[in-house]
Ligand binder design. Structure first.
Ligand code: M6P
Ligand code: ZN
Length: 194
């Protein structure tokens, strides 16, 4: 029986409650994703900081379900690269996602399997539409946590493989105190699953 439900997004406690699933990603979960591997190991030697939390409601798994929830991405950098989510394609590639930014300052990095890239600003009130086939990654360029509500089809799934292998074609780093979107030297058009 599918029942209507409500959850509260608490902007002071930085969480959504109640939720079906609460997951955390720490620095150690993003091994191989940051460009500056020496800075990564230095940070990890100091501790394993929390990068982000995801609070999700998963519906009942029906074909028409919309999974929804809150991502809370902490501010910080590894070397000059800002904290970010792992980033993924959807396993059901041609499924889209909507993000509504509630707090903070950041970007949504996106790219297609063919290497087309896009970067949309995230700030309170901005709604970012991620079309089907586009991989997506949140990047926090501010001093405060970046919060966004997200909604996507329950059957979309997550495909991390291609991104884990080659990263995103563009990365966001701090240059003279400002965020800059630059080419990822590691990115190789051939390394892709789609
Ligand atoms: C969004 C949604 C979640 C996803 C989360 C973290 O909140 O797309 O499904 O898990 O971002 O992103 P990632 O899975 O790339 O770490
Ligand atoms: Zn997604």
């Amino acid at each position: 029986m599918r029942l209507p439900r409500s959850s509260t997004i608490d902007l002071s406690l930085l969480l959504m409650t109640p939720c079906d699933e609460r997951s955390e990603r720490k620095l150690s979960d993003l091994r191989g994703q940051f460009l500056d591997t020496e800075a990564y190991e230095r940070e990890l030697a100091r501790g394993d900081p929390l990068l982000y939390m995801v609070y999700q409601n998963l519906g009942h798994g029906g074909a028409g379900e919309l999974y929804h929830g809150l991502t809370v991405l902490q501010p910080g950098r590894v070397g000059c690269e800002y904290y970010m989510t792992k980033g993924h394609f959807h396993a059901a590639l041609d499924t889209s996602e909507v993000y509504y930014c509630l707090r903070g300052k950041g970007y949504m990095l996106m790219e297609t399997p063919q290497g087309d890239t896009a970067c949309e600003a995230m700030a309170p009130g901005l709604v970012v539409y991620v079309p089907g086939t586009w991989a997506h990654r949140m990047v926090n360029v501010g001093e405060d946590p970046l919060l966004a509500l997200f909604v996507y089809p329950g059957y979309a799934g997550h495909d991390y493989g291609t991104i884990e292998q080659r990263g995103f074609r563009r990365v966001i780093v701090e240059r003279t105190g400002q965020p800059a979107v630059v080419d990822n030297p590691r990115w190789n058009r051939q390394d892709r699953r789609h």
